[in-house]
Design a binder for this molecule. Structure first.
Ligand SMILES: Nc1nc2c(ncn2[C@@H]2O[C@H](COP(=O)(O)OP(=O)(O)OP(=O)(O)O)[C@@H](O)[C@H]2O)c(=O)[nH]1
Ligand SMILES: [Mg+2]
Length: 425
């Protein structure tokens, strides 16, 4: 099975459509009022956790994702239509980082959870929005805002549904290597496994994640053996497979001691559902199996051999059933509308959060909203440029520039746009 737990991709949200600059046509009037509609918003790129996915391998072959652009606005106040968002499905447990800043944008831990990773651009306003008492015939409209473009790093930290626990050398790693894509080290000495191995198991149409946990021993909760670190991991798994080794002396004693470790560590652990599995059925005599069947009757134990494969199908179906029961229970506990799109981007409340600094012989005005307005300004239309100067006056940017010695002719840099100082106030 192909498996990948890291990927780097580029995402490009759609641009907003341009607003329309149009005038009403009326029979006896050469140029009616402005009637240009707004452009539609560009499509955003959304990542959505999907429990049926278990690898990032798709993102190894396709690396570039683009959402569509919004439609431009039309005359007669018709709006352009907004583009659809592009939804990328990722496995539950995917972490999303901005590659440039290394900021974590999302930790998708639950099925259905989604996050906007690149926001589509706003549609530009049509010229009918810019009519005022002093501006009867605005000949300009806003341009659509460019969509966000980001390089992302995806990292998958699978969250195990099932943890296989037991004493060292009972055959936990052998079992996971048999039923999943995991390839752990297997050997006949204790503590072969030093960190948990995760594997994806597929039974019919159901995928689930199984963790092979390093062997536990008496005193584990006090830090003996590999100790407490891994008991923490077990806490996150829904189901425990408690493995016992048929070649050991006192199975009931092993079972009790291990359970005592779990309950000494935490209540959560002792309350988890356990599936009892006796391993190494190939290496024992029928009498031992019969005795275990009697002693453990109330736990409905399973008997397998991780080496010959005996009993493993039955074990897998039992596991699948339990996984599905747990998933159903979890879903029922959760109110449906909890997975709203989480927006890590700041919605721009107003243009008054800005900063003015000297830059060269002119100034730089920075701030999210003011930069957005600048990039949406149609530089080919005087009206559009005037509007920008008007805004700079209204928000107080000209006042600040004047304090710093600004005069007509200075350059004003806003994002990637440059305007020429022209104080209208
Ligand atoms: N005969 C027989 N031997 C098995 C079986 N399963 C595992 N073994 C052997 O038992 C030994 C220990 O197996 P591992 O899978 O490494 O055991 P583990 O539980 O992962 O051990 P730790 O990682 O130390 O906790 C190895 O020599 C395996 O070959 C089985 O079903 N039958
Ligand atoms: Mg092991």
């Amino acid at each position: 099975m192909h498996f990948a737990d890291e990927a780097e991709i580029k995402v490009q949200a759609g641009n907003g459509g341009n607003g329309s600059a149009s005038f009403r046509r009326e029979k006896y009037i050469a140029k009616g009022g402005p009637d240009g509609g707004n452009g539609g918003g560009g499509g955003s790129i959304i990542m959505k956790a999907d429990e049926n996915m278990n690898t990032l391998v798709n993102f190894m072959s396709k690396k570039h994702y683009k959402a569509s652009h919004g439609q431009q606005g039309f005359g007669q106040n018709k709006y352009g239509s907004a583009a659809d968002d592009l939804i990328l499905k990722v496995p539950v447990g995917t972490l999303v980082f901005d590659k440039e800043s290394d900021d974590q944008l999302a930790d998708l831990t639950e099925d259905g959870q989604q996050v906007i990773v690149a926001k589509g651009g706003l549609g530009g306003k049509g010229n009918s929005n810019f009519k005022s008492s002093t501006r009867q015939a605005p000949d300009f409209a806003e341009l659509g805002e460019p969509g966000e473009v980001k390089d992302l790093k995806l990292e998958l930290k699978l969250i195990a549904d099932v943890a296989i626990i037991g004493y060292p050398s009972v055959g936990k790693s052998t079992l996971i290597s048999h039923i999943s894509n995991a390839k752990p080290k297997i050997a006949d000495y204790p503590f072969t496994t030093l960190v948990p191995n995760l594997g994806v198991v597929k039974v019919d149409q159901t995928d689930f994640v199984v963790a092979d946990i390093p062997g536990l021993i008496e005193g584990a909760h006090e830090g003996k053996g590999l100790g407490i670190a891994f008991l923490k991991h077990i806490e996150r798994a829904e189901i425990l497979v408690h493995m016992l080794d048929l070649s050991r002396e006192d199975l009931l004693d092993d079972f009790k001691k291990l359970n005592l470790e779990l309950s000494s560590y935490s209540d959560v652990l002792s309350k988890k559902d356990q599936i009892i599995v006796f391993n190494k059925s190939d290496a024992t005599i029928p009498e031992i199996i019969e005795e275990a069947k009697v002693n453990f009757k109330k736990y409905k134990p399973l008997f397998i051999s991780s080496v010959t494969g005996e009993g493993i199908d039955q074990f897998l179906y039992r596991l699948k059933d339990e996984v599905l029961i747990h998933r159903k229970k979890k879903r029922a506990e959760k109110p449906k509308d909890e997975h709203k799109v989480f927006r890590p981007h700041i919605d721009i409340p107003d243009a008054k959060n800005f900063k003015v600094e000297k830059e060269g012989k002119g100034f730089r005005v920075s701030g999210k909203r003011v930069e957005q307005l600048a990039i949406m300004t149609d530089m080919t239309k005087k009206g559009g440029i005037f509007r920008m100067h008007d805004i700079l006056g209204k928000i107080g940017a000209y006042r600040e520039m004047k304090k710093l010695g600004g005069t007509d002719g200075n350059k004003i840099h806003i994002g990637e746009r440059t305007f020429t100082y022209m104080d209208l106030t």
